[in-house]
Ligand binder design. Structure first.
Ligand SMILES: [Zn+2]
Ligand SMILES: [Zn+2]
Length: 814
């Protein structure tokens, strides 16, 4: 997942040989705390009969070691890397000769207490239950048999329970649970799997479960067993709010039609698909095709939700899922149990559970009991609670595998707050805080060689989400000891994140750097691929809904010639009006009207295409008024948005989505699903015209596609094939333009980013065509292609501009 830099600095001083010349201090950097690294060092040292010490400090792990032979020291360093614990990520091993003898008291190798120094080390993410702990859970002879908080050094909660560094039990929400003697012995024994496992616990000393009614009263338990009672409730069609690792879920039996319908109704969520959790891969394979790489992703320590292609209903064996789980979707989001509590709920359970985030629509996921009662009490029939506090909220991550590679769609649990490493020549001494965009919001700190991208936080237009966003920024500052010296924001003056950053910069008298939205999208892709600061320029198509352009107009399909510091717009989709402003984003018919109007075919449409169903729908709207508004530029800003073009085509082919969307991207998603089976039959697709404007920018003109598209509709061509011809034609135009600009500027790399590229048919077609044309293609993988990746791009761009521009005046914009 993360790029690892590994180097060994062997700094031999010219010191004379002494009896203790085979001695060294060894500094290990990376994600090496809370992952069993010190016991690993201890094992390696003992095996080689070395004496010395190992400790955690603010820079990672520090070892002092003395040996009778130089070769034993070399073997020691090799073993440290070779047998590294599964969750550790070493970024550097630095070895320096030690010229003093060991203290007389030191006769063996010891682990010593953490030193509280400045924090430069990482925090690892929350990790799914390991196989050894699962075995403990299911072994009736084990003292942790069916214990819902079983964990060890190789698994369990981390980021979600931590309040401060260094990572020690007293600085986590486990501080409230003193270890019993047996657990304390495990904790103190370097040979034990639970040595220094900070959340270590057992049924006699650790957190406990309770099951309550929404009014707070206890649910009568079957045989005194919370888990058995919860399972029975779920089987009977109940909805249970389950307190998990990073927040609450709402759970119900996914095959129980009435339960799923009730959950949808109570949650106020009309159509957006629910995530599912299944006991094992075998269960998932009853509903979805699962490739080897998808199986690996599902069973990885991060255990994300993986979007999988649904099997046709005729191939499904056993209980089918309620249709309301994912209405009209040809894929499902599945995850495997990732905490012992989930394992206990799912074990031997043949049917998957709906596991949707526990919140009211558009609100952040609930993490506290009081909020759970208040917000989820009206949705759930019962609440399954525990008393281990959730300190940092972390939603489930969502990913999918495309062209053999993992693409993150929501980066949170299991990934954040692990750092992404910057290209070597992009490392600066300046700490940058980038505040991201408005929707699917994240923020990002860049410090040294690390970019710390926050977990997915949600849409900042919701006040609770915005409060959560500010709280999480403060948590990152505290946990990583960060004080920003530069603030980066989007150009959009109305984004809450932009206003927040402006206020911060003014208050703290810090430089404020504005980064154009699509430039930030592309810079994020460059950064995750390790693109060098001196790597030269690339071309990049950024395709999304809307972003504030460098010229003050709304952009959304932009070919930029860029590096980290600069971006120049060299091609774009033709700008078309958004009649009604914001309403054009949720009512696709408005975009279709604007497209037909801009293409100059509206009167043809009225005269000749009026028997097409969408035209009947359009003509029932106040189209004359809207066309006047467009002509007079009243509440009809123009935009080169790719998202709105997709909405217009979707409105033409899928009139059921034309009037009002339930969620962002719904029509575009439906259009892609329609197109997918016909892509191979689409030939070259519809023809976009490529022209050049007065600014010498190429303009991709969609006007010609409308006559072709309506002619096909009238001729009775299947809407699926029409949708495929649109996708193919657009991909061809985008690549043709990129290819021409690549030749013009002598560039060979094409980056792809923006929320519209969640459309995998489009992404795959652009990638394959561009590669066939000899371009190297870079896509968003570790970081989402949508606005969740913007903050990383902003941070890197701002850091590089700040370094090249020198220091600027306090509060001054760059
Ligand atoms: Zn474990
Ligand atoms: Zn215990």
């Amino acid at each position: 997942m993360h790029r690892v830099f590994l180097w060994v600095i062997d700094l031999h001083s010219a010191a004379p040989m002494t009896p203790f010349s085979n001695a060294a201090t060894i500094r290990i950097r990376g994600l090496v705390q809370g992952v069993g690294f010190r016991p690993h060092v201890w094992h390696c040292a003992r095996a080689l009969h070395l004496i010395g010490t190992v400790q955690n400090d603010g820079d990672g792990v520090l070892i002092e070691v003395w040996s009778a032979s130089a070769s034993a020291l070399d073997q020691f360093c090799a073993a440290l890397q070779r047998d590294c614990p599964p969750l550790a990520q070493i970024t550097a091993i630095e070895r320096r000769r030690l010229n003093h003898p060991p203290p007389a008291s030191l006769t063996d190798f010891h682990i010593i207490a953490s030193a509280a120094t400045a924090v430069h080390t990482g925090i690892i993410p929350d990790i799914a239950t390991c196989a050894a702990c699962r075995a403990d859970l299911t072994d009736p002879a084990n003292r942790r048999y069916r214990y819902a908080f079983t964990n060890c050094t190789h698994c369990g909660p981390r980021f979600s329970i931590i309040t401060a560094l260094p990572y020690d039990r007293v600085q986590t929400s486990m501080a409230a649970f003193p270890l019993c003697p047996t657990c304390a012995a495990e904790y103190a024994d370097p040979a034990d799997r639970r040595f220094h496992a900070q959340p270590n616990a057992c049924p006699s000393c650790g957190p406990q479960l309770t099951l309550t009614h929404p009014d707070g009263s206890a649910v009568a338990l079957l045989d005194g067993d919370v888990i058995a009672t919860t399972r029975q409730l779920l089987r009977d069609g109940g909805i249970v709010a389950v307190q998990g690792i990073g927040g609450f879920h709402l759970a119900c039996d996914a095959a129980h039609v009435a339960a799923v319908a009730r959950l949808r109704l109570r949650k106020g969520r009309d159509a957006k698909p629910f995530a599912l959790m299944a006991a094992d891969l075998t269960t998932i394979r009853r509903y979805c095709a699962v490739s080897e790489s998808e199986a690996q992703l599902l069973t990885s320590p991060a255990a994300p939700i993986v979007l999988l292609d649904r099997l046709p209903p005729c191939q499904i064996t056993g209980d089918d899922l309620a249709a309301a789980v994912a209405p009209g979707q040809d894929s499902l989001g599945f995850m495997l149990p990732y905490s012992p509590l989930h394992w206990l709920l799912l074990t031997d359970q043949p049917r998957p559970l709906v596991m949707t985030s526990g919140n009211r629509s558009a609100e952040p996921q609930v993490t506290e009991h009081a909020d759970a009662y208040q917000q989820l009490g009206g949705i759930a029939d019962a609440l399954l609670l525990h008393n281990r506090g959730i300190v940092n909220r972390v939603d489930d991550s969502v990913a999918r595998v495309l062209l053999g590679k993992t693409h993150m769609l929501r980066r949170a649990r299991g990934y954040a707050p692990a750092p992404l490493y910057l290209p070597d020549d992009c490392v600066t001494n300046t700490t940058v805080l980038a505040l991201g965009a408005e929707l699917k919001s994240t923020f990002c700190f860049v410090t040294g060689n690390r970019a710390l991208l926050s977990p997915h936080l949600g849409d900042l237009d919701n006040p609770r989400t915005f409060a959560e966003y500010q709280r999480m920024i403060a948590a990152y500052q505290r946990l990583f000891a960060l004080e920003p010296a530069v603030i980066a924001v989007d150009l959009h003056p109305d984004y809450r994140a932009t206003q927040y950053g402006r206020d911060w910069a003014a208050r703290a008298e810090l430089p404020l750097i504005f980064v154009q939205h699509h430039h930030a999208h592309l810079a994020a892709v460059l950064a995750e691929h390790g693109w060098s600061r001196h790597g030269g320029k690339v071309l990049g198509w950024a395709l999304d809904g809307l972003g504030y352009g460098a010229d003050g107009t709304l952009w959304g399909a932009e070919l930029l010639l860029c590096d980290y510091c600069h971006a120049e717009r060299v091609a774009h989709l033709k700008a078309v009006a958004l009649p009604g402003g914001d309403r054009a984003a949720t009512q696709p018919w408005r975009n279709l009207l604007a497209q037909l109007d801009a293409a100059g075919v509206w009167s043809t449409a009225v005269a000749r295409w009026s028997n097409v169903p969408i035209m009947q729908l359009l003509l029932a709207q106040p189209v004359d008024l809207l066309r006047q508004m467009i002509a007079q530029q009243i509440n009809s800003p123009r935009s080169s948005s790719a998202g709105r073009l997709f909405d217009a085509v979707a409105a033409a082919l899928l009139p059921e989505y034309a009037m009002q969307l339930n969620y962002d991207g719904q029509a575009a998603q439906a259009l892609e699903m329609l197109a997918r089976p016909q892509l191979a039959a689409a030939g070259d697709g519809y023809c976009f015209e490529i022209t050049t404007d007065a600014m010498e920018q190429q303009v991709l003109e969609p006007a010609p596609i409308w006559a072709e598209l309506f002619a096909d509709l009238i001729a009775g061509v299947a809407p699926a094939l029409i949708a495929a011809r649109f996708h193919t034609g657009l991909a061809r135009a985008l690549v043709d333009s990129a290819q021409q600009q690549a030749a013009r500027f002598g560039v060979t790399t094409l980056a792809l980013a923006g929320g519209v590229l969640q459309n995998r048919s489009l992404l795959v077609q652009i990638t394959q065509r561009a590669e066939a044309a000899g371009l190297r293609v870079l896509t968003a993988q570790q970081v989402p292609c949508h606005d969740g990746g913007i903050a990383l791009g902003q941070a890197v761009v701002a850091g590089q501009r700040y370094v090249s521009g020198g220091k600027v005046g306090a509060g001054r914009a760059m």
